[in-house]
Design a protein around this ligand. Sequence first.
Ligand code: G6Q
Length: 527
Amino acid sequence: MDVIQSSSWSQLEALAKKPFDLASAGALADDGRIGKMVCTSAGLRLLYATQRIEAQTLSALQDFASEHHLVERYQEMRQGAVINRIDGWESENRQVLHTSSRDLFSSHPAEPVSAKQARIEYQKLQAFLDDLGNGTILGSTEKPFTTMINVGIGGSDLGPRSIYEALKAYRIDGRTVRFISNVDPDDAAEVLASTDLSETLVNVVSKSGTTLETLTNEALVRQAFKDQGLDPTKHFVAVTGAGSPMDNPDHYLRSFYMFDYIGGRYSSSSMVGCVMLGFALGFEQLGEFLRGAHEMDKAAANPVLDENMPLLLALLGVWNHNFLGYPTLAILPYSQALHRFPAHLQQCDMESNGKSVTTAGTQVQTKTGPIIWGEPGTNGQHAFYQLLHQGTEIVPIEFIGFLCSQYGLDITIDETTSQQKLVANLLAQSVALASGQAHENPNKIFRGNRPSSLILGNKLDPQTMGALLALYEAKIVFQGFSWQINSFDQEGVQLGKVLASRFLDSMSSRQKSGLSIEKQFLKVLEK
Ligand code: G6Q
């Protein structure tokens, strides 16, 4: 049955004709609304009183979750069901087990085979980090490693990079990580020009071991080592799929594995992120990060909607996107450390849910994933918030904020700290967007009724970051289940790759003949 034919869908459609009016007098203050509309999971709070919903809407969303077995399906995923597939068609046909990469803490993991593989890699990593820490492993000129260059792209870059940026405050003294992802040679050139390679480990991350950008950058960086008389085999480690072309221990100081059942964009908590994070933060803090993610995975198994933060966030998104008709979602962290997190979520969400075909192989009958975008506040307030408040397009928002800063460095001016100013701005934005403002001057009218949620933590530490990552991963999965799509493949990126390789063929074979770019375009189109 298509989702739009379900009774809970019709119920929600009926409610969407008259959504809760956030801009009516006293709407937010009424009936203890703000205090009641809070969900707590894995140390994070979701405040959702500023959404256009009321008790009836929540109950209909709960009916939707139950009717479509969203939580049961999530549990089946964690237990190893083969859900990365399209019925009756050639597809990846795989399990989806990114949750196993952090299912390290209980004697009864949800899926034992993958959890065992994760534990083996985790122990290998611990031994490696110990060797780095106690000086058993040194660079080719006998120096300890202070820097890691992470070479990877897409899922092998965005998530790990955003988490590193988020947790930089917790780095081991004297350790730093740089990233090279783009095949634009200037990306590598800039990093290489400002790094002492004799103290550098290079972490080459590619699940497939065949990605053009990563292999090109690896070769470029290896050359830089050789040019300086350094032996790359003493400086390069790999994270790749077992059996991939990069699975060659002779080329690397150490090789770590990730597995078929973990998609690139869901791989941050596998060795794809952990080798780099372990180097930067140390094994203990890495464990805290994974523990936070695991706690959120468990919270996502709660069938009660208003106690299950990922499910609630997912269904509030479905309400805004499918029933109220808002096409985009802004994710706005009031935390400078999360400045790359919206970029990661852009990939994780849009590559997962930017689909038009159901898992039954039929055309979807409703909108699937929204356009995701975002930048940190308060910076964004001085940039694009004008449109958020008064533009003709309504943009639902997920704000993310923390009560305490990471470093503790602050200043009190006019009796408030900078951290208080940050949080005050965050709260003010969500109230202003919801309530709006009447005014005699038409240019100063704020119509309000612009929905937002607030994800609030105490402090952005490794455990909280793990929980936040897993919150969004599970949200995306729940939305994919809601839209009856496969959130785990990425056919949509294939065509461009194939055409790029045709252009490359055409460029290398015609280099000598000196064909113009325009002529090369035509040659490729003719094929
Ligand atoms: C993620 C995608 C994609 C992938 C990159 C890098 O889900 O599949 O972004 O992560 O293309 O792939 P490799 O890790 O195989 O190099």
